[in-house]
Design a protein around this ligand. Structure first.
Ligand SMILES: NC(=O)c1ccc[n+]([C@@H]2O[C@H](COP(=O)([O-])OP(=O)(O)OC[C@H]3O[C@@H](n4cnc5c(N)ncnc54)[C@H](O)[C@@H]3O)[C@@H](O)[C@H]2O)c1
Ligand SMILES: O=c1ccn([C@@H]2O[C@H](COP(=O)(O)OP(=O)(O)O[C@H]3O[C@H](CO)[C@@H](O)[C@H](O)[C@H]3O)[C@@H](O)[C@H]2O)c(=O)[nH]1
Length: 328
């Protein structure tokens, strides 16, 4: 058990709320700072929820002043690739500028440890898959660039001070708490597994495949889908690593194997037993063809042991959660 106080920005959101739950179960004291733009208060199962915006620097300072944080876990962000293509300046503001606000507070209050939610989108269209952390990032959409800018700020601040960090580059996160207490609430989320589950439940009429002419075996995009529970566990591992004095790291969070859009849709059909209509459409602007994680480093550095490395298990919890949401 630990009594250290952890600040979780974006802890009312999909991934943050799973991490907050695991932090609470591990005995950490948690303060969530969230504007609830896409997150929901009821998803925060442990600790205190401070409703506030990272853009509101005075409110953020107050939260730091009222608490003595040991470490910050920074999830709050705008997260959708296609949306970032349409609203790039909003992404640079919320993801890059607001991360700077947070780093300023860390500096002002002497908080010297951070776990940051980065993304596979920093790699763009990697020349080689699985893609390793030593690959030079080359993002191809504003979302990926806004996150890479945050990574650079974090690294530069770390180099100039005693600040240590773990940057976690998540691949495609899906699934829900196996006990169905929390999951992805945001009905505007456009993630493939979520929209496919919605189609299986009749909440949408069909699913479009965004491009079937990619240079991949079946022509559709390939992603490394990771269960949100395993990703949440990686944060607890990263936190313990920093608290034990570990040096700054950048780590991929994926399983190291990819599934195509067609394979992911087929799994939702198998799990749900529903043969919903699927149409082949145009490529979506900003989408890379193939992104799969090299995952050796996180296993070695953090001792991370995933428990749900199985597309069926991911889809089963995602589908159960969507069913539950229909009844809420
Ligand atoms: N879902 C994925 O597949 C995925 C993959 C890679 C990286 N990520 C990253 O993981 C993090 C969490 O993503 P998620 O899928 O849980 O998204 P989410 O939208 O569910 O969570 C984001 C949370 O941040 C809050 N928030 C947003 N802007 C804020 C602001 N200015 N001030 C305070 N709170 C704010 C939202 O209300 C929400 O609760 C993000 O940083 C995202 O970029 C997600
Ligand atoms: O209705 C849909 C939705 C998606 N896709 C395809 O499915 C794949 C996955 O797309 P999606 O689930 O929207 O995720 P990504 O665009 O890959 O982005 C997610 O995964 C990134 C990491 O790889 C994160 O950084 C982002 O925050 C997160 O939204 C892509 O090939 C899409 O083109 C479709 O064909 N039809």
């Amino acid at each position: 058990m630990s009594t250290q106080k952890i600040l979780v920005t974006g802890g009312a959101g999909y991934i943050g709320s799973h991490v907050v739950r695991q932090l609470g179960e591990a005995g950490y004291e948690v303060v969530v700072y969230d504007n609830c733009s896409t997150g929901v208060p009821s998803a925060v199962l442990y600790g205190e929820l401070a409703i506030g915006d990272l853009a509101d620097i005075e409110s953020l300072y107050r939260t730091f002043a009222q608490n003595q944080f040991d470490t910050v876990l920074h999830f709050a962000a705008s997260t959708l690739v296609p949306d970032s293509v349409v609203r790039p300046l909003d992404y640079y503001t919320n993801n890059s500028r607001n991360t700077l606000n947070l780093l300023r507070c860390c500096q002002a209050f002497g908080v010297n440890q951070l776990v940051f939610s980065s993304t596979a989108a920093v790699y763009g269209n990697p020349q080689e898959n699985p893609v390793s952390e030593s690959t030079t990032p080359l993002p191809i959409n504003p979302y990926g660039r806004s996150k890479l800018m945050s990574e650079w700020m974090i690294r530069d601040y770390g180099l100039a001070s005693g600040f240590r960090y773990v940057i976690l580059r998540y691949f495609n996160v899906a699934g829900a708490d196996p006990q169905m207490r929390i999951g992805q609430y945001n009905s505007k989320a456009t993630h493939l597994i979520k929209v496919s589950c919605e189609a299986a439940l009749g909440l949408r009429s069909s699913v479009s495949i965004f491009g079937s002419d990619f240079p991949t075996p079946d022509g559709t995009g390939i992603r490394d889908y990771i269960h949100v529970e395993d990703l949440a566990a990686a944060h607890i591992d990263a936190l313990r690593y920093l608290q034990a004095g570990g040096k700054s790291e950048v780590l991929n969070c994926g399983y190291g194997r990819g599934y195509s859009v067609r394979e992911a849709i087929a799994m939702v059909k198998e799990v749900s037993g529903v043969d919903f209509p699927v149409f082949e459409g145009e490529r979506r602007v900003g989408d890379p063809a193939w992104v799969v994680a090299a995952s050796e480093r996180i296993r070695k550095v953090l001792g991370w042991h995933p428990r749900y490395d199985n597309l069926k298990a991911i889809v089963e919890t995602a589908f159960e959660w969507e069913k539950k949401l229909c009844k809420l």
